[in-house]
Design a protein around this ligand. Structure first.
Ligand code: PEP
Ligand code: MG
Length: 914
């Protein structure tokens, strides 16, 4: 069968975005639901791939294109290349996933010397025709012929300067004609050829240019940043659409709109328009447009039609739409629609609102939000009580506060961003080629353009703060300054922008963390109702537990007790425990640590009541708590030096100078104290040397410490169980869980369990009550996976430690991998993701599945979770749900994301081929 390369808007399948691209599919869909769309057709994404593969257009494509053009001619009564009523078209890219501004568009195609005259005669408006012509030459020159925009801009600006004109609309017909002729000469000078007069040659070149833009640097960078892989979007379609004009006079306009406010989510008309202008003027921010509400007064009938259009779009798509329209001589055309990109707050609000309006179901409301988007809601806001006066104000284009060094171009932003500087990118207006500056910056500030300008749309999509159209700021990129009144902002000066109010401040303004909106609470409660996998938190302190509970954690899946050891009041005791030469000395140090740990656990249990709290026994190698050898040698050296000076007399600070290694308080400075300090440091040094390991991550750590020093685990177990007893006495409902790290054999678990049983009896007798708790193990060694059937005989729960399990499965450490070769592996496709962020389903996941099955076979009601970092990653959560885990545990700020992802996992149950 003959390959079909294109579909007219009347025939294309509006649901097939993969084939027709998002824009093309929607043009078909809009046409077929009866909206007033200018006639046109779509060339498929498959054709793009064929073109890229062959390096040329497929043989019979152009014949098909001619037939499609004929259909448009019939529908419009116009003629492509005709002298009387010429048909002009736009040629636009559009892939399955919208990539705003990433690929190319050509407008007014079909103009040449002959059709230009036709357009003049037909419209009776030479000014309009020359304006269209000069725009076309420049855009075609840039996109299809590869001529730098600048080459045209110099002439254009020079012509405006000569005419003493600021606004483009003030240029006369003659001036525009002159500019067009100049542009034609630019094309000839730059390419060595005349501008193509044959309209089908123009069309062919434009189609090729759009196809090529799929492989342009901008598009490739964008796809990499947003993980747009070929299974999601492969190739771009080309949309060829009859031009309609918003710039034929004052009964014409062009505008863009969202069916709801994309910054707040409010259900209101939202958008901007310009009278007597072409669409690109609104989006590029060349003229500052008017809010759509003014259209109600300026063109009441068309405003009414626009409200109708907006309502039709939402009730049909059941999703907030981002649409473009043009009014040509009083007739409203819808040119484009796509799902609106909104910030997280707006997504959440519209989800909840659309459910209460009966437009969508709760499940649809949950599914329309990408869980990762919620991270934005954790963005800081300006402290409400700050008293700093604003330096200037622009439009609040993307909410959140951002602060950083002011930078005037995207390259500098990228360079400074790479060395960790916070950046505010300040531009007159932004263009798609600035995209790398957006990635690097904390916030974007522009002096021109509206809420739908490029800067605003892209920043919103990325969840970055943006203030647009701050017209009081005069930007001088060449001098690398911006001037507001008599204040000069130089590159590197710190500024703060508030994307929620539009205010701009000099210097750094304090910020506050955001709070959960009522809508977010509602949405996450729906998510919890749907999800079957629970979300717990990794938290080590009572404050951490409270924060996690406020984010909706249903328990603590991992409390790393060593983090408690590192606090300054405990570290000296921990060191005493480590350097102890015998069990008695160690018991002495442990006895001092015991009440502190017991209190920690009690507070933790109380903070998380009534949910489970999983406490992990000591895991890291002991030398991690000691200073390193080099540091100790230096300190001993310094102390010996002072010992010589002191020689039995009291000394003053002046005779000594100051040194970090000095024992304090200073009045104890005598040789006895110094000698004692030296002996202690020497003991530590000896221990450090004794504890030295070639590969500490695979050495004497985890349960192996518990085997060597059972008294340490005994102290920790006693602290946990006494804390539990204290809570029970106060009738605080709690669910403690004791977890053993780095287990490789059930023999280890049995040994720890013996201690647990013994301590349990002692504590139960002492407090005269019965303790309720669970005993379990981490699964983070490959051997534990293979022996999990046995481990489940002892363990009542498993928790996958996928940080270590990933290292063990890949046989490389995270630090070395990420610093040395993992970026190369990811970029070259050797590995698709970073397995320390996204669970490696095929490798680590396979082990997890096997472990889970073996565990369930031994103990059907065994509770299984994950507490490695991947536990907060939506894709990983989907897999954990799939293999039947009971919970995921992640850091507090990931909890809202994980709760939504857990609901998605249930709603989109996947079948994995392992
Ligand atoms: C793990 O290995 O996944 C884990 C949670 O333990 P840690 O990161 O503390 O080694
Ligand atoms: Mg671990």
């Amino acid at each position: 069968m003959k390959t079909k390369y294109s579909y007219s808007f009347h025939n294309g399948d509006g649901k097939n975005k993969a084939l027709l691209g998002g824009k093309g599919a929607n043009l078909c869909e809009m046409t077929q639901i009866g909206l007033n769309v200018p006639p046109g057709f779509v060339i498929t994404t498959e054709t793009c791939l064929t073109y890229l593969e062959l390096g040329k257009l497929p043989e019979d494509l152009l014949d098909e294109v001619r037939q499609q053009v004929k259909k448009i001619e019939q529908a419009t009564g116009k003629e492509f290349g005709g002298a009387n009523d010429p048909l002009l078209v736009s040629v636009r890219s559009g892939s399955a996933i919208s990539m705003p501004g990433m690929m190319d568009t050509i407008l007014n195609l079909g103009l040449n010397k002959k059709t230009l005259q036709g357009l003049i005669e037909q419209t009776g408006d030479p000014r309009f025709a020359y304006d269209a012509y000069r725009r076309f030459i420049q855009l075609f020159g840039k996109v299809a012929l590869g001529i730098d925009d600048e080459k045209f801009d110099v002439h254009f600006n020079e012509a405006k300067r000569k005419a003493g004109i600021k606004a483009d609309v003030a240029l006369s017909s003659d001036q525009l004609q002159e500019i067009s002729e100049m542009f034609l000469r630019v094309v000839h000078d730059e390419t060595g050829h005349h501008f193509p007069e044959d309209v089908f040659e123009q069309l062919e070149l434009a189609i090729k240019a759009v196809f090529n833009s799929w492989m342009g640097k901008r598009a490739i960078d964008y796809r990499r940043e947003f993980h747009i892989t070929p299974d999601v979007a492969n190739g771009t379609a080309v949309n060829i659409v009859t031009m309609v004009f918003g710039n034929m006079g004052d009964d014409c306009a062009t505008g863009v709109g969202f069916t709801r406010n994309p910054a707040t989510g409010f259900n209101e008309m939202y958008g901007e328009y310009l009278v007597n202008a072409q669409g690109e003027d609104v989006v590029a921010g060349i003229r500052t447009p008017k809010p759509v509400q003014e259209l109600a007064h300026e063109m009441p009938e068309q405003y009414r039609q626009l409200v109708e259009l907006r309502n039709k779009l939402e009730s049909h798509y059941k999703e907030v739409q981002d649409y473009e329209y043009t009014i040509e001589r009083g007739v409203l055309y819808c040119l484009q629609t796509r799902n609106g990109k909104m910030n997280a707050a707006a997504m959440v609000k519209t989800s909840v609102d659309m459910v209460s309006e009966g437009l969508i179901s709760k499940e649809q409301a949950l599914l329309r939000i990408n869980p990762e988007l919620l991270e934005q809601l954790l963005h800081p806001q300006l402290a409400p009580d700050h008293a700093h006066p604003a330096l200037a104000q622009g439009l609040p284009a993307s909410p959140g506060a951002a602060c950083g060094k002011c930078v005037f171009d995207a390259d500098t932003a990228e360079r400074l961003g790479q060395i960790g500087e916070d950046i505010i990118l300040l531009r007159e207006e932004t263009k798609p080629e600035d995209i790398h500056g957006f990635f690097a910056a904390q916030g974007i500030l522009t002096s021109r353009g509206g809420k739908t300008s490029h800067a605003a749309v892209v920043a919103r999509g990325m969840g970055k703060a943006c203030v647009a159209g701050a017209e009081d700021i005069a930007v001088d990129v060449r001098m690398r300054t911006a001037v507001v009144g008599d204040i000069h902002i130089r590159e590197g000066d710190i500024i703060t922008i508030d994307g929620s109010s539009g205010n701009i401040y000099l210097g750094r303004i304090p910020t506050i963390p955001p709070s959960f909106s009522q809508e977010l609470k509602t949405l996450l409660a729906w998510a919890d109702d749907v999800a079957t996998i629970e979300v717990h938190a990794n938290a080590d302190t009572p404050d951490g537990a409270k924060l996690a509970a406020s984010y909706g954690a249903k328990g603590i899946g991992l409390c790393r007790t060593e983090r408690m050891f590192n606090a300054s009041d405990r570290l000296p005791l921990v060191i005493d425990m480590i350097i102890a030469d015998d069990v008695e000395a160690r018991e002495l140090a442990l006895a001092k640590l015991f009440p502190i740990q017991r209190d920690d656990f009690r507070q933790l249990f109380e903070a998380m009541s009534p949910h489970p709290v999983t406490v992990r026994l000591l895991d890291p190698p002991m030398h991690e708590f000691l200073p390193n050898e080099h540091q100790l040698l230096e300190e001993i050296d310094a102390l010996q030096h002072y010992a010589k000076i002191v020689q039995g007399q009291r000394v003053t600070l002046e005779t000594l100078g100051t040194h970090d290694a000095l024992p304090s308080p200073l009045n104890l400075l005598n040789d006895e104290v110094i000698n004692e300090a030296i002996s202690k440091k020497e003991l530590m040094l000896r221990k450090v040397r004794e504890l030295y390991e070639v590969n500490p991550m695979l050495g004497h750590r985890g349960v192996r410490l518990g085997m060597s020093y059972p008294e340490i685990y005994r102290m920790q177990i006693r602290s946990i169980l006494e804390a539990a007893a204290l809570c029970a006495k106060k009738r605080i409902p709690i669910e403690p869980q004791i977890m053993v790290p780095q287990v490789i054999t059930s023999q280890e678990l049995k040994k720890v369990k013996e201690i647990v049983d013994q301590v349990r009896h002692e504590v139960e007798a002492q407090y005269r009550l019965e303790l309720n708790f669970k005993f379990g193990t981490m699964i983070e060694t490959v051997r534990a996976c293979t022996r999990s059937g046995d481990l489940a005989n002892v363990a009542e729960f498993f928790s996958f430690g996928t940080n270590d399990l990933t290292q063990a499965t890949f046989s490389f450490s995270r630090e070395d991998a990420e610093n040395k070769f993992l970026p190369l592996y990811n970029e070259s496709g050797l590995l698709q993701d970073n397995p320390f962020e996204t669970l490696d389903v095929k490798g680590v996941g396979n082990l997890m599945k096997m472990t889970t099955d073996l565990g369930h076979a031994t103990r059907p009601d065994i509770h299984i979770g994950i507490c490695g970092e991947q536990g907060g990653h939506p894709q990983s959560i989907r897999f954990c749900h799939h293999i039947g885990l009971n919970y995921v545990s992640c850091s507090a700020p990931r909890i809202p994301i994980a709760r939504l992802a857990a609901a998605h996992a249930k709603l989109l149950e996947l079948d994995y081929s392992l």
